[in-house]
Design a protein around this ligand. Structure first.
Ligand code: SF4
Length: 163
């Protein structure tokens, strides 16, 4: 049985930067019931508190953070790059431990976002890009979906289970 890495905030865990959470999602409950879910919050795993100041990637590209080219900064200007990279590496360890090929991560998060991100100006401007964890998982060959792509994620899981 294939396991799925899931952002903790999508499972109702109150780990968002503002102390909030998301859900419930019927599909995630089904995966929980099946014992497939491996939960992670990379920012909390990386040592950041909840609540915490919002953070954005300078330019919105998680891959550039992994390559050491840009930082992740809080709205107050604190450099939290090390915590973000540490959390991403912990997520990758879980992926390897559980032989995970599929992740369902929160959209537009500087850690978890898989398609777009805020641009680092803290003005609500979105750019195509991905969070630090999503970028590291994609490099490792994991297919990353967000909570608006649950149908696509379920279809990918069905394909994996058939193979
Ligand atoms: Fe944690 Fe990712 Fe959810 Fe942010 S989006 S609270 S890093 S699980």
């Amino acid at each position: 049985m294939h396991k799925i890495l899931v952002s903790r905030c999508l499972l109702g865990h109150r780990v968002r930067y503002d102390g909030g959470a998301h859900g419930p999602f019927d599909q995630l409950q089904q995966w929980l019931d099946e014992g497939r879910v491996v939960a992670v919050c990379p920012e909390v795993a990386g040592g950041l508190p909840t609540p915490r100041p919002p953070a954005e990637i300078n330019g919105g590209q998680g891959a550039a953070v992994l390559d050491g080219r840009v930082p992740v900064l809080t709205v107050e200007g604190e450099d939290v790059t090390a915590a973000f990279v540490d959390g991403a590496e912990q997520a990758l360890r879980l992926v390897r431990e559980h032989d995970i090929r599929l992740a369902l991560l929160k959209a537009r998060s500087p850690s978890c976002g898989n398609l777009e991100n805020y641009d680092g100006s803290f003005s609500g401007v979105r750019v195509p890009g991905e969070g630090v964890t999503a970028a590291l998982l994609k490099r490792a060959g994991v297919k990353v979906f967000n909570e608006m792509q649950l149908d696509e994620a379920a279809a990918e899981l069905a394909r994996l289970e058939r193979d």
